[in-house]
Design a protein around this ligand. Structure first.
Ligand code: UD1
Length: 422
């Protein structure tokens, strides 16, 4: 298993290009199942979850071609399987995103239930109830969601909570349904908007995306399209937390600052000097960060996917910060590892009290989930001495070559492949 070795305590300087957003790319790739025509996608980030999605789509019969750079071409004109097997779904819960497209276009789908995951239970009951409301007959058999329908029919669906992939799955099912679907309490995340924009290019009739009420008028068929995946606001935010912790001056290119309001304002409160352009962010830090309270919330609130990285920043801030996680029940697993690096954090249920310390000191730590890994990288960049981060396959799931990009910013970071360390 690969590990990262970081020599910490050095500021970051330079320029880095933000990749396409993982959480937009995954549903967009799955949307290829909705048409027999070709989808040409640009800015598809090179990361593990994208590989897993492409492998899943290829298993279903989708022709997948990776072009130059970060382009991917998909053609689902000969889909011959409708089953997403357990061994793929268990490594990536977002595999559930094939349920809506398969059911809508082929009238059947079998998708393994994802099971639990490190950051919480994460059930898919809302996906299932929504598909049932659209007329899908759903049963759970041998650990699989088995779905059938003649043609889905539009319905008014109000999910019990705001769910990002739930909204995306139901939107993809509804675009080919007969009649009008209204998704109430819909997720407003920019990644949902990016998917809607792709579907509209494919001929779907969608309005209200970006609000909590999305209206979809079903059409008979969709056609091919070209689309460039939006920039990754979480990757960009992670680099900004890193420079806020280490000090320095960096510029992020190909970013989407207009999708990052909550993160940028909290970083400014921490003392980061930020100037934004349409698609770039310049950030300078020349002081010790100030502690900033965080409460995670659905978009446009502060993203749960930025909580761990911001906590790493708070560990070295002056003052005490209260961090409240409201979206997932078990998303503080990075805390124990940050404490190993010298952080002073106390957890009580969904609340963490972070008392800033002057110095962290390098140690061997273990990545436990995707964003927790990024928080350890940030802490490692700040800590004095050497930090080794184990199990970075979590990091590779969602960050494209993070150590290479940080290297471009002057970080002393190195991947130790399992061969080197055997
Ligand atoms: C997506 C993101 C993930 C992010 C999360 C919250 C992708 C691929 N992943 O995950 O990075 O952390 O949004 O912003 O886009 N819930 C249920 N039943 C359901 C669905 C959700 O109880 O059927 C609960 C979840 O357990 C969680 C909350 O609703 O507590 C929000 O989850 P959701 O928005 O669905 O997260 P994901 O879409 O899985």
């Amino acid at each position: 298993m690969d590990r990262l070795s970081i020599s910490g305590g050095y500021p970051l300087h330079g320029e880095v290009v933000v990749s396409g957003a993982k959480n937009a790319a995954l549903p967009i790739l799955c949307a290829s199942l909705l048409t027999a025509d070709t989808l040409v996608l640009e800015q598809v980030p090179k990361l593990k979850d994208v590989d897993t999605t492409l492998r899943l789509l290829a298993e279903l019969g989708v022709k997948v071609t990776r072009g130059a750079g970060e382009s991917v071409t998909l053609c689902a004109d000969q889909v011959d399987r409708v089953q997403a097997p357990y061994d793929l779904v268990k490594t990536m819960r977002a595999s559930i995103l094939v349920l809506g497209p398969l059911l809508a276009r082929f009238g059947q789908a079998q998708v393994s239930l994802p099971g639990g995951c490190a950051i919480g239970q994460r059930p898919v009951d809302q996906h299932i109830q929504g598909m049932q409301a659209l007329g899908g007959e759903i049963s759970i058999e041998h650990g699989y969601v088995v779905a059938k329908a003649k043609r889905l029919k539009g319905a008014v669906i109000r999910t019990d909570m705001v769910t990002v992939t739930g909204t995306e799955n139901l939107m993809m099912a509804a675009v080919l349904a007969q009649g009008v679907t209204v998704l109430e309490n819909a997720a407003r995340e920019p990644e949902v908007v990016d998917l809607a924009e792709l579907l509209i290019k494919m001929g779907a009739k969608i309005t209200g995306h970006g609000t909590d009420r999305i209206v979809i008028e079903g059409v008979e068929r969709l056609h091919g399209a070209e689309h460039s995946v939006m920039p990754d606001r979480i990757e960009a935010g992670s680099f900004l937390c890193a420079v806020a912790a280490t000090g320095g001056h960096i510029r992020l290119c190909a970013a989407a600052p207009d999708t990052m309001g909550a993160t940028l304002s909290k970083l400014e409160m921490a003392g980061l000097q930020i100037s934004i352009d349409r698609d770039s962010i310049e950030a300078k830090m020349d002081q010790r960060p100030k502690a900033v309270d965080i409460r995670t919330h659905e978009y446009p609130g502060f993203a749960t996917d930025m909580q761990a990285q911001f906590m790493a920043l708070n560990t070295v801030a002056s003052g005490t910060a209260v961090v409240i996680e409201t979206i997932f029940e078990n998303r503080f697993m990075h805390v124990q590892e940050l404490i190993r690096l010298g952080a002073d954090i106390e957890v009580d249920g969904h609340t963490a009290i972070v008392r800033g310390v002057e110095h962290l000191s390098g140690a061997t730590v273990m990545a436990t989930d995707l964003r927790a890994s990024a928080s350890l990288v940030i802490a490692g960049l700040k800590a004095q001495g050497q930090t080794i981060i184990e199990r970075i396959y979590h990091l590779d799931r969602g960050y494209s070559q993070m150590e290479v990009k940080l290297g471009q910013l002057g970080a002393r970071i190195e991947r130790l492949s399992s061969r080197d360390t055997a």
